[in-house]
Design a protein around this ligand. Structure first.
Ligand SMILES: [Zn+2]
Length: 314
């Protein structure tokens, strides 16, 4: 073996099993080096981090770091290549994930690219995001204008795609859109409506069951939850969900899971501060799950809870 820094042939083995170069005096670990080589090999063979982790038995973070640095090397290598070549053609591209394309105000989530063709390769420059202006633009209602421009662009792009199929830039974006779609299909688990419905209703049933136990709730509120229980029991093509701030932490935390499984309330109490916080200190006096939360957001005319939605499959 030679020194990885100066290529010198004389190396000492240290107690730590590291090698030290006789000439430049620098140290390195052959074990780490071979680990690095294995990770690079996995990268070249298109392994994901998780696949590499399984194959090599090395932790995720180490592989992730190595993958990131390889990608940085590749990027700077290609950057150099690009700078040494002449641009043949360039085009503008707006990328918006498939799922966001239909809603007009999502236009501000789009990624804007300038795409250059050089020496049979593609170079992309990502333009600054419009996201930080999103709130302001939506307030001013200019998203209509932007969306119109975007639609025009998409139209133009479609025509362009038909007319110049052999264009490298078009080829790249068709490839990119397809790859992203494939990757997304891998990541997002396939759930059918029935499964989603059952999961949501199971959770909503627990909320309703908890709330009907509360003797302080207005009559109409209790009635609302009893109706909800009946509706869920009917098991038609619908599911119910509590959304938004009024739905309280019952719908956003594991509190009801602990209640349902009759877990020791001290589990929660131990995590909460005991002093200096008046609001949280209140919880220390609670002796049963049903005593908390004390407050509810309720629509004042009908005295029903807020934030409940019903979703029906057609
Ligand atoms: Zn050396």
């Amino acid at each position: 073996m030679r020194c990885i820094y100066c290529n010198h042939t004389k190396l000492y083995t240290l107690n730590t099993k590291q090698l030290k170069c006789a000439k430049c005096k620098r140290k390195f670990s052959p074990k780490k080096l071979s680990q690095k080589q294995n990770i690079i090999k996995c990268f070249c063979e298109n392994y994901t981090i998780n696949q590499a982790k399984q194959k090599l038995g090395i932790n995720y973070i180490t592989i992730q770091k190595e993958y990131l640095s390889i990608r940085k090397y590749i990027a700077s290598f290609l950057e150099n290549q690009y700078n040494q070549n002449n641009v043949i053609s360039y085009d503008e591209y707006i990328y918006l994930p498939q799922s966001k394309k239909r809603v007009k105000k999502n236009i501000f989530d789009a990624f804007n690219f300038l795409t250059f063709e050089y020496d049979t390769k593609i170079y992309n420059l990502m333009m600054p995001s419009l996201e930080k202006y999103k709130t302001q633009f939506l307030k001013e209602g200019v998203h209509e204008v932007y969306f119109k421009e975007f639609s025009k662009f998409m139209m133009f792009n479609k025509i362009a795609k038909i007319q110049k199929r052999d264009n490298k830039i078009q080829q790249f974006w068709i490839f990119f859109e397809n790859e992203i779609k494939n990757e997304m299909n891998k990541i997002i688990p396939k759930l059918n409506f029935e499964e989603i419905k059952n999961m949501c209703n199971k959770f909503s049933k627990t909320i309703a069951e908890f709330e009907v136990n509360n003797k302080y709730l207005p009559k109409e509120t209790s009635q609302f939850y009893n109706n909800l229980l009946d509706n869920i029991k009917n098991n038609d093509n619908s599911f119910y969900l509590a959304l938004g701030s009024g739905s309280s932490y019952l719908s956003k935390t594991i509190y009801l899971l602990l209640w349902k499984h009759d877990k020791d309330l001290n589990l929660i109490k131990r995590l909460l501060p005991t002093k200096n916080d008046k609001r949280k200190n209140k919880f220390q006096k609670v002796n049963s799950y049903l005593e908390f939360p004390r407050t509810r957001v309720i629509e004042t005319n009908k005295e029903i809870p807020t934030g409940w939605i019903k979703i029906t499959a057609e």
